[in-house]
Ligand binder design. Sequence first.
Ligand SMILES: NC(=O)C1=CN([C@@H]2O[C@H](COP(=O)(O)OP(=O)(O)OC[C@H]3O[C@@H](n4cnc5c(N)ncnc54)[C@H](OP(=O)(O)O)[C@@H]3O)[C@@H](O)[C@H]2O)C=CC1
Ligand SMILES: O=C1O[C@H](COP(=O)(O)O)[C@@H](O)[C@H](O)[C@H]1O
Length: 510
Amino acid sequence: MNKTANQMLVIFGASGDLTARKLVPALYNLYKGKHLPDNFVVLGLSRSNLTDNTFRKRVVLESPYLKEALKGENQDFVDAFANQFFYEDLGDDYDVSYGKVNTRISDLDTKFGTGGNYMFYLATPPNLYETIAKNVSEQGLSDESSGFRRLIVEKPFGYNLKTAKNLNKGLHQYFNESQIYRIDHYLGKETVQNLLVTRFANSIFEPLWNRNYIQHVEITNAESVGVEKRGGYYDKSGALRDMFQSHLLQIVSLVVMEPPINASAEEIRNEKVKALKSLRIMHDEKTLYDNTIRGQYLASVIDGEKVKGYREEDGVDPNSKTETYAAIKFFVDNWRWADVPFYVRTAKRMPTKVTEVVVHFKTPHHQVFNDVDINNMDNKLIIRIQPDEGIMIKFGVKVPGQGFKVERANMDFYYSSLVDNHIMQAYERLLLDAMQGDATLYARADEVEAAWEFVDPILDYWENNKGVKTYGYSAGVWGPKNSDTLLEGNYTWRNPGEHLADDMGFCVLS
Ligand SMILES: NC(=O)C1=CN([C@@H]2O[C@H](COP(=O)(O)OP(=O)(O)OC[C@H]3O[C@@H](n4cnc5c(N)ncnc54)[C@H](OP(=O)(O)O)[C@@H]3O)[C@@H](O)[C@H]2O)C=CC1
Ligand SMILES: O=C1O[C@H](COP(=O)(O)O)[C@@H](O)[C@H](O)[C@H]1O
């Protein structure tokens, strides 16, 4: 296990949802697992009028997100955790001199021995990222001569290629790239990391991992929830920005990349960038029309309960065309993947929550057995990212008895079957990595920009071309009726689980 140096975590936007819902529970798990260093403190900063004590109550002692975890715990143990939290009120604005902040950091550092090592976490709206970096740097707090200084940045990393480049350029004025950690929480998921191990720690998959044996690759990210309380944010974002540009293209890069020469952060990220740069960018309208589908969920009834349509959600424009479903077909222009279609979809209000990568292998080029349903018999490797993390191989076996009737069988591995199966939550893993200076699972500036290069033309086409349709789908079904038209031949999307509602049909929203 790597050693974690004594340090201070300074959170900007500490009164917000992310801090309470994700960061503090992740820190608590690290504390419980004895992963935090001996000398560790958290300094929360925001404009809200809080004190050390009210902040502790808010994010630890009375936090709804820790209620379950703290039940039955020894109070001294919980108090010792809570007492590591401190708070400083920034006043009315984030764009002020951080002299007071600097003094508080320095006092806490001296008192608790955090060794001059500081991690600044930006949990604010993204328009403040550069301002905060500037004000931190003006206090000399990005200077690493007396300890490490890291900046953790939350997505979204820009709104399109131009703004992403501006953001990177802006942050680079104050922090070096090696100090910046861009969080993509999908990279913190165990099975996403296992993609690398499956591919590069075994010799049975990699020889087949190319255009000679793979028919197509399908990636599904489905959520059963709608936009919940984030309608205002989501309506300006949509599924392509919210999920596809970040999490899904990260998964694509791990499927597509070449073997790195070693497992260091830079070598892995170099290969990921090459993979992202090899995605064929769609420029002309016909290609964009043929290869992209966007949809939006409609009101429905799921398990006897009425569910709002997207346009009825709080914070959403009643005439919104923002997509809650996005499906994209694309190709990867390199030696390994030439002509292999990739189908990637992400959506809210699907029948179930599931994320998986399905690698479809080609059917044998000569059929020896007559009794085989070719359309349903391709070998598949299914990498289940969530839930029930694991891997499954589907292959043909002989049905016992006379003749050679072939049926499909499964060979599978589930993480839950491991004896020591504590799977760290994504934020837990990523925070620990950043504390230890390991940026392997963080997105580098050029990765983010390469992903936007691919996504930008699709966004532009969807947003600026009046002819582009947004297809409706009833909340609780697997997307618009025509989503299968994207797939070549007789293939259809693999829809794991049951439909929870009837598909009320195909419609085009105006
Ligand atoms: N919540 C989540 O699960 C996820 C969040 N993110 C990203 O993390 C960041 C923080 O998200 P989240 O905690 O959900 O957001 P919240 O709106 O809940 O919190 C944002 C924090 O920033 C401060 N803030 C400063 N200026 C503003 C402003 N103009 N409007 C609103 N808040 C402001 C607020 O504190 P105060 O007013 O006291 O200064 C607040 O504590 C965002 O960039 C978001 O995109 C990314 C992935 C998941
Ligand atoms: O980043 C985001 O991810 C969540 C889905 O994350 P998961 O770990 O629950 O799969 C998504 O709901 C949200 O819209 C998006 O911003």
